[in-house]
Design a protein around this ligand. Structure first.
Ligand code: 3PG
Length: 315
């Protein structure tokens, strides 16, 4: 039996149902708790915390399918110790996230006034046109990518089309053809020289509070910071202090720590903090690709090697 704990594409549920029994039950429900004892596989997304506590109640578990990329909600070491395979969909939503980066960046930098009625006079029309003037074009800005992996690279490719100069920093020494025209630099240089800093690091614990007071001291006072990686990568207290002091700076944050955002988040209500509810991957195509993790789940259940095992320990 496969226990599905968060919504996935119905076509993928149907595909799996043709092959095995399925229970769809959210964490915390009594159906979830009773099904756990019989589950050979689980399909989860971001909000199912798979730790020791859950694993001890799931003695038959062979495989966990993470419909998505991030596996920070899964205790990979505990799974490995119990011989439970973890599979995910590493490239399923890279395009959707890269599109979100530019959608949100353009929304923050370009006013698109919509006309819903004829202007009273020419002066009103003129005001609309004057107020829409953007301070800068993307092609005048330098983009800094913290992480040039699957998503970072797509963002770099799009940035090149916009004529942006791009700097990047990455743990790996990437060969020139993999850089999409971006120039390697230290993280300090990326922070100090870039007008837009977009975070594309992975969910390893070492990335916690990568953007802290020290990092924010380097960043330009009118920079735009975009976070689509994980909420814990940014120290929210430090960022809120930075945004209060630097009114021309902006933060576009799609991920938060914790989620949902708490009422006492220091970022709520700041005019220069644009907060979205973890939707960078939210396109129908990305959701479908993420949901097809069921194929790898089935491979493991039938004794085959999965195509996308999650790393046991971080690279
Ligand atoms: C991921 O890690 O794939 C993204 O954060 C999206 O995941 P979700 O839509 O399942 O939360």
């Amino acid at each position: 039996m496969v226990l599905i704990t968060e919504p996935i594409d119905p076509a993928c549920v149907a595909w799996l149902r043709e092959r095995t029994d399925i229970v769809e039950a959210s964490v915390g429900t009594s159906e979830f708790q009773t099904s756990l004892a019989n589950a050979q596989a689980m399909v989860v997304r971001t909000y199912t915390i798979v730790g020791q506590e859950l694993l001890v109640s799931a003695p038959k578990l062979k495989v966990i399918g993470r419909a998505g990329v991030g596996v920070d909600n899964i205790d990979l070491v505990a799974c490995a110790d119990r011989g439970i395979r973890v599979v995910h969909t590493p490239d399923a939503n890279s395009t959707a996230v890269a599109e979100y980066v530019f959608a949100s960046l353009l929304a923050a930098t370009r006013a698109i006034p919509t006309v819903i009625h004829a202007p009273r006079d020419r002066a009103e029309w003129t005001d609309l046109r004057r107020d829409a003037i953007a301070r800068r074009e993307l092609g005048e800005m330098t983009l800094g990518l913290v992480g040039l992996g699957r998503v970072g690279r797509r963002v770099a490719r799009i940035a090149r089309a916009f004529g942006m100069r791009t700097l990047y920093t990455d743990l790996l020494d990437l060969p020139e053809p993999d850089r999409e025209g971006a120039e390697p630099a230290s993280i300090d240089r990326v922070l100090a020289e870039c007008d837009v800093v977009s975070l594309h690091v992975d969910d390893r614990p070492g990335n916690r509070h990568l953007i802290n007071d020290r990092a924010l001291q380097r960043i330009k006072p009118d920079a735009i910071l975009i976070n689509t990686s994980r909420g814990f990568v940014v120290d929210a207290q430090s960022l809120a202090a930075f945004l209060r002091t630097n009114k021309a700076a902006r933060a576009i944050l799609d991920v938060h720590d914790p989620e949902p955002i708490c009422p006492d988040s220091p970022l709520l209500g700041l005019p220069n903090a644009i907060l979205t509810p973890h939707v960078a991957a939210a396109t129908a195509a990305a959701h479908a690709r993420m949901s097809w993790v069921v194929r790898d789940v089935w491979r493991v259940l039938t004794g085959e090697e999965p195509h996308h095992p999650a790393p046991t320990v971080h690279r």
